[in-house]
Design a protein around this ligand. Structure first.
Ligand code: ADP
Ligand code: ZN
Ligand code: ZN
Length: 646
């Protein structure tokens, strides 16, 4: 009998072994088949990627074929692309592509989804119809659907999905974070009988079963989920829709580090939907003539929104409360009197973010992360927002025993208290990452929607997807809070966040008063966001990026070294720097710039001290050539195309 030989990508590596290993099989296998193979003294899962000829060395037989069905070609392509484009170990990509616990037997479970009213018609106005035509006629592989909030992007997605499904093709819809209550899920469920829904609340077992269903189904499917939903093994993938495509949630920051947007565009035709595209995406799509604009509200209305910028430096504005301006307080009063609602936005949770001793300079820091501990006065705790460490609130300074330690700055819990003092009769709720459970979140969501809550205080979590039918006052407590972060994308992020928050108040349900409090009333970003001027933002940021050769005018590679002591970190990062400079000269690379070694933004963490080098290059290939020329060590970490340099 003839033996068959295959190259297999295993989910494990040892000793820097080759990415692909050769195994034999008596039965014929297909590309994309998932198998169990002997691996050293153990066994592991792997993906068949290529048929090969009998090698000169001895081969072992595969142990088992896990499923009769093979992974679709789009996923085999993704496997190679991710490994090559992001230089990550193929084994980590295999792990990401396959579901957890793939070898386990599962007892059938089914998710109970709330009943959903069906609506057969998908209403489209002329702008939406035009957008659909343009997208479907476009030769570009990735099309940006730039539509203002409320322009009806969801109906466009639904129509496109219907067309692909009818043509026998599957569709994957990515959302930044998924809640069963989210509007996009509800809208899709009203139009499609069966949707494979993937979200973080599901057990490993349920996720595995959904994955299995996709693998074994002969029908085209609609999948909705987070970035990892790209790895659902659907047949004939025809379209990927990425909603809120500007969100950082589409970037995976652990191995395999990748952008779901880039990956998606190599797997299938991709639609990026957002009101605030990343300038780099806008730039690239513009060059391919692949931007479709939706600039009118889908539902016309005669409601107005008036925006007032309030200077936090002018303390006369804050005569009644040090955080909430007189104008904002008056407007809240008015809203309470009219039985309408108020939303107060502040993107910092807890009571106070800094606790210090004025006498000796001691600061409350997390013993694991060396980051400031945040006071949570309601539970009488100090908490680390990075690792979750908690301790009790000190009453005296642990260094000098000074009894007057100070809590500085303020978070949403503090604002909640202040508002309750100012408006004792108001029903106030807080909505942020400290809100305990999903159940609690949906309860508050329901109460807000039904008008049982007068004032809601929250972080960016209230900026996303919340619909307030009775919102008449919106207060942004400190609009410039994130602007000062030393990162090339912080202005862009601030614009997106402010646009999103302001979008909550301009949905056309009510006439609204918006108060934007800021220390920098004339800052271009504050001005552009309050004027809803995306075109202005694009021009402003592109100009700045060009001046400093940042994306889209360059590609970035961040290299970091982490060592137990500061001394070895500095020593080794200097060596690395020298090596990079030498190698780039040897390779004769042009238009490459290499920063001197710098301490990382969070220099000290539980694993030691981190120093960094950033390399910028006009050509991504040059970045890869430098990277490939370096010796890899376990101390060296790297990220290609980072969206943030912090
Ligand atoms: P976006 O996602 O672009 O912010 P949505 O898709 O949420 O906007 O649409 C905003 C609102 O307009 C929704 O309530 C939606 O049901 C409604 N809508 C969308 N298209 C139409 C249409 N053609 N006719 C009437 N209402 C529409
Ligand atoms: Zn002290
Ligand atoms: Zn910590």
């Amino acid at each position: 009998m003839d033996m068959n030989y295959y190259l297999i990508a295993p989910a494990k590596t040892f000793n820097q072994s080759e990415n692909l290993l050769t195994y034999e099989s008596e039965t014929k296998l297909k590309i994309g088949h998932i198998v169990i193979i002997p691996f050293g003294k153990q066994s592991c899962v792997g993906i068949v990627v290529e048929k090969t000829t009998k090698p000169s060395f001895l081969t072992k037989p595969i142990t088992q074929l896990l499923y009769d069905e093979a992974l679709p070609p789009s996923l085999v392509k993704a496997l190679f692309w991710l490994t090559d484009y992001y230089r990550c170990p193929m084994s980590t990509v295999v792990q990401a592509i396959l579901p957890r616990g793939i070898t386990k037997k599962r007892r059938p479970t089914k998710e109970q989804l709330p009943e959903q009213a069906k609506s057969a018609d998908n209403i489209l106005n002329s702008a939406q119809k035009r957008a659909i035509r343009t997208i479907e006629n476009s030769k570009a592989n990735t099309v940006l659907l730039h539509g203002i909030t409320g322009s009806g992007k969801t109906n466009v997605y639904i129509e496109l999905a219907k067309h692909h499904l009818a043509a026998g093709e599957s569709v994957i819809v990515l959302v930044p974070e998924i809640a069963l209550t989210s509007q996009i899920v509800r809208n899709f469920r009203a139009h499609f009988d069966e949707i494979l829904l993937i979200h973080s609340g599901q057990t490993e077992s349920l996720r595995h079963q959904i994955w299995q269903k996709a693998l074994q189904s002969q029908q085209p499917q609609i999948v909705i989920g987070p970035r990892s939903a790209l790895f659902t093994p659907v047949k004939q993938l025809g379209l990927i829709i990425i909603d809120e495509a500007h969100e950082p949630a589409y970037q995976q920051d652990q191995n395999p580090k990748y952008s779901a947007l880039r990956l998606s565009s190599v797997m299938a035709k991709t639609i990026l939907g957002t009101a605030t595209p990343l300038v780099s995406d806008y730039y690239v799509c513009q060059q391919h003539d692949a931007i479709v604009e939706l600039s009118q509200l889908a539902i016309k209305n005669d409601k107005t929104a008036s925006t007032t910028i309030i200077d936090l430096k002018n303390r006369a504005n804050f005569a009644r409360n040090r955080l909430l301006s007189n104008q904002l307080i008056d407007s809240i009063k008015q809203s309470l009197a009219n039985h309408t609602q108020t939303m107060i936005f502040h993107n910092r949770r807890g009571t106070a973010p800094l606790t210090v001793c004025d006498q000796c300079g001691w600061q409350a820091l997390c013993p694991n992360c060396y980051l400031p501990l945040v006071l949570h006065a309601d539970s009488y705790q100090m908490r680390c927002h990075t690792c979750g460490h908690t301790e009790t609130v000190p009453t005296v300074c642990p260094e000098c025993s000074n009894p007057s330690i100070h809590h500085k700055g303020f978070g949403t819990k503090y604002l909640e208290q202040e508002l309750q003092k100012l408006f004792p009769k108001a029903r106030i709720a807080r909505f942020d990452a400290d809100t305990d459970s999903n159940q609690q979140l949906s309860k508050i969501y329901g109460q807000v929607y039904n008008g049982e809550i007068d004032i809601i205080v929250g972080t960016q979590m209230i900026a996303k997807g919340f619909d307030f039918p009775k919102l008449t006052t919106l207060g942004i407590v400190q609009a410039d809070a994130q602007l000062a972060l030393p990162d090339y994308s912080s202005e862009e992020r601030t614009f997106q966040l402010l646009t999103q928050v302001i979008g909550r108040a301009t949905r056309g349900h009510q006439n609204t008063q918006i108060f934007v409090q800021t220390y920098q009333p004339n800052h271009p970003i504050i001005q552009l966001a309050t004027n809803k001027d995306y075109a202005g933002l694009y021009k402003y940021l592109l100009q700045k990026r060009k001046q400093s050769t940042l994306p889209p005018y360059s590609f970035l590679l961040k290299l970091s070294l982490t060592y137990k002591t500061e001394k070895s970190a500095v020593l080794n990062v200097r060596k690395l720097h020298k090596k990079i400079v030498q190698n780039s000269q040897k390779l004769h690379l042009s238009q490459v710039s290499i920063t001197p070694p710098m301490p990382a933004f969070h220099e000290r963490t539980s694993t030691g001290y981190t120093w960094e080098i950033i390399i910028k290059a006009k050509s991504r290939n040059n970045l890869l050539r430098i990277f490939d020329s370096l010796d890899k060590s376990p101390y060296l970490h790297f990220e290609l195309d980072p969206i943030s340099l912090l």
